[in-house]
Every structure is written in structure tokens, then in C-alpha cells.
Design a protein. Structure first.
Length: 291
């Protein structure tokens, strides 16, 4: 393993020979496309303007992918490059490095969108975005090349399972009564949270609970067309995302350094509210506003 990590450090050093302040800023911006905040900006667009069912599927898929990624990180417990050689540190990151969460998450999100769109240009865009995010992680010294390759491999596995299992699982869930759907939306994420309890998973699995409950209620009580474009789509997104970002800011401020039970509970509940807003509350407001 030491040989592989040493090779990875050598690759990082070679890449960083061209580093300069401008490139550093560019790759810091690119790497942010694989962050949780980026997902928070993209998923609502699917819910409110593009395809509601796609938004639900990708929220669940991305949360499951993140859970798997964090579990694998704990299993391998591999250090990051800058922890072995502080001289390669351009970016910062917390936790273990293998596999890369940015590489895995971006492939799952953009790959799923490309599969749904069935357009060559969308596939090309997805490949470029995923490749740039992966490269940025190596350039910034926060991941070894093997971390990124492992993240991409896990992303491909998740996409494959999604394509094979999603129709059957979705058909079974939609055939259940409302109470069973809501129960599943609560039990599955909470069970996952008990198995892997971290601050990031508290947020993501809280969002998963909210989206699950909101989607179950929306299908029955709020028939509303989601596919909109032009000014209606723009206004929907601005109104909806303003509330979400405000709530996200509250969520972050409610989770100080002291990881007490009350802080975690507040963070989880705010995440649930965010999920319900994205999957139900915003659409209810759009209906009132005739958007």
C-alpha cells in the first residue's frame, strides 16, 4: 500500500508543478461542484422545474451513495495526501480519503441526469464535469489518484444498481398505502443514521426523510405540473432556493463545535424541514402563486 500512496504523491507533485494562484482558484471552484452545497442547488431545480420523480430518485440515490462512501472511508481509514506530505496541501478536507466522495457523488448525480436526458451533449457535459472534479481533487492535494478512481468505480456500481433495481423498487413503494410509505421514509434513513453517525449524514439523511415524506404526500394531495420553463421556472427556483439557503444557514448555525444531543436533533429536524420544503412545501406555494 505504501508503494501505491508514494506513487500517488509523486503524481500529485508532478501535477502541482504548474500550480499558480489563478489555477488554484479555478480548481477550488471546480471542486466545489462536487460539494453538498452544489447538490443542494441542483436537486431543487429537478423537483420544481424539470422532473419531480427524477428529483426524488436522485435525492435518495445520492444519500445512499454518500452513506456507502462514508462507510468505506471508515473501513479503509486511509490518510489524505496532505497528511503524509503537508507540502502538497492546496485545498482542505476532513476525514479519510478512500474512496473520493466528490468523485463518487458527482458521477452518481451527473451520470443519472445524463441517463435520464438521453442526449449526447448531456453525456459529454457529465463526463467533462465528473472528470474535472476528479482531477481537481488530485491537483488540490486532498486525494490520491487511486482515491478518485475508486470513487468513480463506486459511482458506476451505484449507477448500474440504479438502472437495474430502480423500476422494481419504485413500483413496489408506490403500490403501498400512504402510512407504509411514510414509515419507510422514516425507518430506512434513521436505521442508516444509527449505523453511521456523522454530522454530514445527519444532514443528508434528514433531507432523505423529508423528501420521502413530502413525496408520499405530494402524489396524493398536490397534483401539480413540475415541468416548466422560461420566467415561471426562474421565479420558482429563486423563491424556492432562497428559502432553502436561508434554512441551510440556520442549520449550520444550529450545529456548533459542541456535538450535543440537542444540537444534532435541531440539525436533523431542520434537514427534514428542508426536504419537505423541496418535495412539497415549495410546490404548494407555487400553486398558491399560480406559478
Amino acid at each position: 500500500m505504501e508503494i501505491i500512496l508514494q506513487w500517488g504523491l509523486d503524481v500529485i507533485r508532478i501535477i502541482q508543478q504548474v500550480q499558480n494562484p489563478l489555477l488554484n482558484s479555478i480548481f477550488l471552484a471546480i471542486t466545489s461542484l462536487g460539494s453538498s452545497m452544489s447538490f443542494l442547488l441542483v436537486l431543487p431545480l429537478l423537483f420544481w422545474c424539470v422532473d419531480y420523480n427524477l428529483g426524488v430518485r436522485l435525492t435518495v440515490l445520492c444519500c445512499l451513495s454518500a452513506f456507502c462512501n462514508f462507510s468505506l472511508k471508515d473501513f479503509f481509514s486511509q490518510s489524505r495526501p496532505f497528511e503524509l506530505d503537508p507540502g502538497v496541501a492546496i485545498g482542505t478536507a476532513r476525514g479519510y480519503g478512500l474512496p473520493s466522495g466528490h468523485a463518487q457523488g458527482s458521477l452518481v448525480l451527473w451520470g443519472s441526469i445524463a441517463v435520464w436526458a438521453k442526449k449526447n451533449w448531456c453525456w459529454l457535459l457529465a463526463i467533462i464535469v465528473v472528470a474535472l472534479i476528479g482531477f481537481s481533487r488530485v491537483y488540490l492535494g486532498v486525494h490520491f489518484p487511486t482515491d478518485v478512481l475508486a470513487g468513480w468505480a463506486m459511482g458506476i456500481v451505484f449507477l448500474a444498481f440504479y438502472l437495474v433495481l430502480q423500476p422494481k423498487i419504485e413500483s413496489w413503494i408506490t403500490s403501498q398505502i400512504l402510512s407504509v410509505q411514510i414509515l419507510l421514509s422514516l425507518v430506512v434513513p434513521l436505521g442508516m443514521l444509527l449505523m453511521h453517525f456523522t454530522s454530514v449524514m445527519v444532514y443528508q439523511l434528514g433531507m432523505m426523510v423529508g423528501v420521502g415524506v413530502g413525496a408520499a404526500l405530494k402524489v396524493r394531495y398536490l397534483p401539480l405540473s413540475v415541468r416548466v420553463s422560461g420566467w415561471r421556472g426562474f421565479v420558482r427556483y429563486i423563491i424556492g432556493i432562497t428559502f432553502m439557503l436561508g434554512l441551510f444557514g440556520m442549520l449550520r448555525s444550529a450545529y456548533p463545535i459542541q456535538h450535543t444531543a440537542s444540537d444534532i436533533a435541531i440539525r436533523f429536524l431542520l434537514s427534514v424541514v428542508n426536504g419537505v420544503w423541496m418535495s412539497l412545501g415549495a410546490l404548494w406555494l407555487f400553486r398558491l402563486l399560480r406559478l
